[in-house]
Design a binder for this molecule. Structure first.
Ligand SMILES: [Ca+2]
Ligand SMILES: [Ca+2]
Ligand SMILES: [Ca+2]
Length: 189
């Protein structure tokens, strides 16, 4: 009877053999990072969105972190209409800066702001003199005109119906004669 009692007690309390709830090593991956409970990878593979594409072309470019649009500087001096055609061929249009943050991305793209201080933008008042609009029809609520601009030529004569960004003057805007030739910015969605 004594032997049977001992077995019963052992069965009630268990011996703890093989149990490891205390003092278990933490679940750590070989590189020291915490591993998922099932031992699988924590980070799922990152799949780029279907419309993601490389920001390429021109002389210098940047991806706008807000819109994801590709902003490109082309150093070739052309008329405003020629610039717009070139941007269209690149899959976009002339640059439309609707926020100060977006506008601030542009001047640094000008490879040589001393040699080429003025760069075409996508603003024009060719339809209604004095009323500048964006080529994309986005609302022109943010503006960054240089003091005294737009002046439609002022005492120098006009008309001036096409917008440039002054890369040598804090990215301010000025209206210039559309037939002048300047480098240009494109915005490619
Ligand atoms: Ca824009
Ligand atoms: Ca004008
Ligand atoms: Ca002007």
């Amino acid at each position: 009877m004594r032997g049977a009692l001992t077995l019963t007690i052992a069965g009630l309390f268990g011996c703890g053999c093989g149990s490891a709830t205390i003092g278990d090593p933490p679940n750590v991956a070989p590189d020291g990072s915490a591993a998922a409970p099932d031992g699988g990878a924590i980070d799922a593979p990152v799949t780029p969105p279907p419309d993601a594409r490389a920001c390429v072309g021109g002389d210098r470019r940047v991806t706008d972190p807000q819109s994801g649009h590709c902003l490109v500087f082309f150093s070739t001096a052309v008329t405003w209409n020629q610039a717009r055609s070139a941007c269209g061929a690149a899959g976009g249009d002339l640059m439309v800066a609707t926020t100060a943050a977006e506008n601030a991305l542009l001047a640094p793209l000008d490879v040589d702001p001393v040699a080429t201080p003025d760069v075409w933008m996508g603003g024009t008042d060719v339809a209604v003199e004095g009323t500048f609009v964006w080529v994309t029809a986005e609302a022109m609520t943010y503006t960054n005109w240089r003091t005294g601009e737009p002046n439609n030529g002022g005492t120098n004569g006009g008309p001036e119906n096409c917008m440039v960004l002054e890369a040598d003057n804090d990215g301010t805007w000025d209206d210039r004669a559309c037939g002048n030739t300047y480098p240009f910015f494109c915005e490619i969605p």
